[in-house]
Design a protein around this ligand. Structure first.
Ligand SMILES: Cc1ncc(C[n+]2csc(CCOP(=O)(O)OP(=O)(O)O)c2C)c(N)n1
Ligand SMILES: [Mg+2]
Length: 897
């Protein structure tokens, strides 16, 4: 054991003695005995308050698996290398040809160039598809490696040259290929999206956990299936990555393998020029109790380590920082030697066994199939712990002149000679002209390469990637399951949140659907009144419950169980969203239809994890997002950071997300039932966002015949009483929590001689979308009688003025303005929230019954139906402050001054 001896002071006899003795323990007692002694010494020191902080978190900067433990390689490396070279060429050709075509659609070469070997080893020997006896692997690659995967699919005959030609041209005739893995755009090919850096890690971690959840709950056989998550070293800087690794260890996810492609560079330059990203990540993952495997050096180094008796080479490797290693990747052999040897004769001696050219070409571990195989193979055997493999590579490996350069990420073009030289070096049998054009190359179907590749994939369950959905449909329950909500609450008051919890309870009890329901909640179950479900459904815990809960004698104890149904995520919205994504895609990943209901504080949804919601759309996720305690004025007291008046607006930006802001329990029942029908019976690729509020009110019975209107977005809830002057007519649109104010405004207006109809608008977003759809169709079919949008049709015969009030921003009701057949005033909660009572907040944001009435009167005045004098009198009666600051821009400080 020479390691570190190089660093030792030769005169330090005491140290030498210690090392000699531990060496002899290793020789005689083996590693376990040595570890036991080391731990005992460490514990002794700890007892004496001497903490050795870095004692275990970092291992030396070398391969975790030594040569003697390296398994024999099971494949034919020579053929695999040829296949990899062809993929490298074709992947690069896709980008170069795109560049040459002048379309400017871009692409990347450098990432796949660094990751090609690890992907190839995975594809030849590890990534297994679902089969009768195997759960199937979910593999998430680095997004920028997509060209390499397309190139491979060409060799398998799954994609055509025409499709490769149309990389990043998805609208091209004959079909093109998406830039990155997007299941939405290539639903038979890609299974999971990853183009937004950092999100694939929580996605994969929670996919792995959800697979265990399904197994523990008996919804999936315990037949294995690994989740492979490939990310970049720059990507590891995203907080979602290191922020979610703890749960993987806590949940003992031995079905999870992360691979970090440590090419030491990100887009602009080095990831850690002054340090070592691999060592840094090792500390983080080891500290989180992961199994860490480092692949740093290729086999060529093994011979050098073998003669590094004093550990000088290892010591030199420890000293160099990533900036140095990047420099070596662009330097000539003599330069590398000179810098590396640093006038140390012992190092010079060791390096003498390699020529300058050999030194220049000596590889990193990530370009050596045997080292990668050894690491992947060991990861498969991990028990009780997730594994991370940190693989050192060169960015742009094989891109002559650009390997390791700071500009390599963005490199989309190569000069003609560079193309020809690359083709030569990769052994691609193309003529000079064809190489200059970057023609694709595909060996014949009966060539050794193609036969080998197909045989390997056949042994692993077929081509990868592929997304195959085979999932039984569920039958939506009859609406009567929610009879209690449809009936209304009589004299009792309740909120839609309380109604939701009752409905969830009904669903959990449902004989067929019950087991498919997945309630997900961050640390807010009590906020939403869900604690009764702890006992009923149990909180999922892979370890069960090893303690007696403090409230075990109460009616609602905190019950954790291995087959618990609720996913209680703690204060981690990103994790909860990732669970939603896993549960909402189980129909595709596992063929199991699970129905997630993820309930959260509505403000901590879209603006906190909006990018993950976007990727839910990409991954064709199904399920219900429930924005609890919704509304800017309804969550009184909590103030600016909690009061949500905009999530409905953001929800409108997700194309296949249906969003609703129901006012009443019966409406909620209709929407949820219809959602289950569409997503699980009809298997439509949509998902739902429903805001639910904590405005206690007497829930009216569902209006006869309103189901269609509720789903489409609007219906007449209550007509106003007729008044003598037919001109004095108003229509009030209410939704969500503000409906109570709208109903009160109807009464106030009646006392002022105005007849007001109340309309319940369950979804401005759906009304607007449908309206735009219909208008577009009309434009494309000139001459045929134009169709009328639903909302226009609904209001066609109405006269008077129209006032919309919601607890969301004005832009939401404004979305339907063009189809409202009269003067239209929108009231909403633009501006920051503030801490106040509900009543004062509603006056401040001008959405109280008084301000709604006032808006109707002002509009009627403009229409000539109400006189100026009457308006003045009403202002006094309704306590309207005509000089108040505009809440859209003002805050409490302005209000006081
Ligand atoms: C959230 C997010 N931010 C930024 C980007 C743009 N981006 C794409 S790749 C990249 C650099 C990736 O570096 P690394 O993770 O080290 O991967 P490499 O290409 O080096 O293998 C950046 C900044 C993105 N796709 N997503
Ligand atoms: Mg990188």
């Amino acid at each position: 054991m020479a390691v570190r001896r190089a660093d030792m002071d030769p005169g330090d006899d005491e140290l030498r003695e210690w090392i000699d003795s531990i060496e002899s323990v290793l020789d005689t007692g083996g590693p376990e005995r040595a570890k036991a002694l080391f731990r005992a010494v460490r514990d002794y020191l700890t007892d004496a308050h001497v903490i050795v902080e870095d004692a275990v978190l970092n291992t030396p900067y070398r391969n975790t698996i030594p040569l003697e433990q390296q398994p024999a390689y099971p494949g034919n490396i020579e053929i695999e290398q040829r296949i990899e070279n062809i993929n490298r060429w074709n992947a690069m050709a896709m980008v170069l040809r795109g560049y040459d075509s002048g379309t400017g659609v871009g692409g990347h070469i450098g990432t796949y160039a660094s990751g090609a070997t690890m992907l190839e080893v995975g594809l030849q020997h590890f990534f297994r598809n679902k089969g009768p006896d195997y759960g199937g692997d979910l593999v998430s690659i680095q997004a920028h490696c997509a060209p390499g995967i397309y190139a491979r699919a060409l060799l398998e005959g799954r994609l055509s040259i025409g499709q490769l030609e149309n990389f990043r041209r998805e609208l091209a005739p004959g079909g093109g290929l998406s830039s990155y893995p997007h299941p939405r755009n290539m639903p038979d090919f890609w299974a999971s999206p990853c183009a937004s850096m950092g999100l694939s890690t929580p996605s994969c971690i929670y996919q792995a956990r959800f697979a265990k959840y399904l197994e523990n709950r008996g919804l999936k056989p315990k037949n294995g299936g690994k989740v492979w998550n490939f990310i970049g070293d720059g990507e590891a800087d995203e907080p979602e990555v290191l922020g979610t690794i703890n749960i993987a260890a806590r949940e003992r996810l031995d079905n999870l393998i992360m691979v970090v492609n440590c090419n030491l560079q990100r887009l602009d330059g080095p990831v850690r020029g002054n340090g070592k990203i691999i060592q840094e990540l090792e500390r983080s993952f080891r500290g989180a109790n992961w199994n860490v495997i480092k692949v740093i050096w290729s086999g060529e180094w093994d011979a050098l380590f073998a003669i590094d008796h004093e550990g000088v080479l290892q010591a030199r490797m420890e000293r160099a920082v990533d900036g140095d290693y990047q420099m070596y990747s662009v330097s000539s052999g003599p330069e590398v030697r000179a810098h590396w040897v640093e006038d140390d004769p012992r190092l010079a001696d060791i390096m003498r066994v390699r020529s300058d050219e050999e030194i220049r070409c000596i590889k990193r571990g990530g370009h050596d199939q045997r080292k990668i195989y050894a690491a992947f193979n060991r990861a498969l055997q991990s028990e009780g712990r997730p594994t991370v493999i940190l693989i050192k590579t060169i960015k742009g490996y094989g891109m002559q002149g650009y390997e390791g350069s700071n500009v390599v990420h963005q490199k989309k073009d190569l000069a003609i000679e560079e193309r020809q030289e690359t083709a030569r070096r990769l052994g691609i049998p193309l003529g000079e002209e064809a190489a200059a054009r970057a023609d694709f190359y595909c060996p014949p179907a009966d060539s050794e390469e193609i036969l080998y590749l197909k045989a390997r994939r056949a042994a692993l369950g077929g081509a990868w990637p592929q997304r195959q959905v085979s999932c039984p449909a569920l039958t939506a329950p009859p609406l009567t399951l929610f009879q209690e909500q449809l009936n209304g609450s009589g004299e009792r008051t309740l909120s839609t949140t309380m109604a939701f919890v009752r409905m969830l309870s009904k669903l959990l009890d449902h004989p067929e659907l019950g087991r498919h329901i997945v309630p997900i909640v961050p640390d807010e179950a009590r906020t939403f009144g869900m604690e009764a479900l702890f006992r009923k459904a149990g909180i999922y815990s892979s370890e069960g419950q090893k303690y007696r809960p403090v409230d075990s004698t109460t009616l609602m104890p905190y019950r954790e169980a291995t087959d618990g149904q609720i996913l209680q995520e703690g204060i981690c919205e990103a994790g909860a969203m990732a669970s939603f994504l896993a549960a909402g895609t189980a129909y595709a990943i596992h063929g199991v239809p699970t129905i997630p209901f993820y309930i959260f504080y509505s403000i901590f949804g879209f603006q906190r994890v909006g990018d993950m919601i976007w990727s839910c759309g990409d991954m064709l996720c199904r399920g219900f997002l429930l924005g609890g305690t919704s509304g800017r004025t309804t969550l009184n007291g909590e103030g600016l950071q909690h009061q949500d008046g905009h999530s409905q607006v953001i929800a409108s930006t997700v194309p296949n997300l249906l969003s609703y802001d129901p006012a009443f329990a019966g409406e909620l029942a209709v929407i949820v039932r219809d959602g289950i029908r569409r997503m699980y019976e009809q298997q439509e690729n949509v998902f739902y966002y429903i805001t639910i509020h904590n405005e206690n009110c007497t829930m009216p019975p569902m209006v006869e015949g309103s189901a269609e209107g509720i789903v489409r977005g609007m219906y007449r809830f209550r007509a106003g009483k007729a008044v003598a002057d037919g001109q004095r007519k108003a229509h009030l649109f209410g939704s969500g929590a503000i409906m109570t104010e709208v109903l009160r405004a109807q009464e106030l207006l009646a006392t002022l001689g105005v007849s007001a109809d109340v309309w319940s608008v369950t979804s401005y977003n759906e009304l607007c979308r449908e309206g735009l759809r219909v208008e577009r169709q009309n434009h494309f079919a000139p001459g045929s009688p134009p169709a009328r949008p639903y909302v226009a049709e609904l209001l066609a015969a109405e006269q008077g003025v129209f006032v919309a009030a919601s607890d969301y921003m004005k832009s939401l009701p404004l979305g339907i303005a063009r189809w409202v057949p009269g003067p239209y005033v929108v009231l909403g909660t633009d501006g920051y929230g503030l801490s106040e009572s509900r009543a004062d907040l509603r006056n401040w944001f001008e959405v109280s019954a008084e301000y709604i009435s006032w808006a109707a009167l002002a509009a009627l005045h403009e229409a000539g139906a109400v006189s100026a004098g009457e308006l003045d009198a009403a202002a006094g009666k309704l306590h309207i402050d005509r000089h108040k600051p505009d809440p859209a821009t003002a805050g409490p400080a302005t209000a006081r001054s």
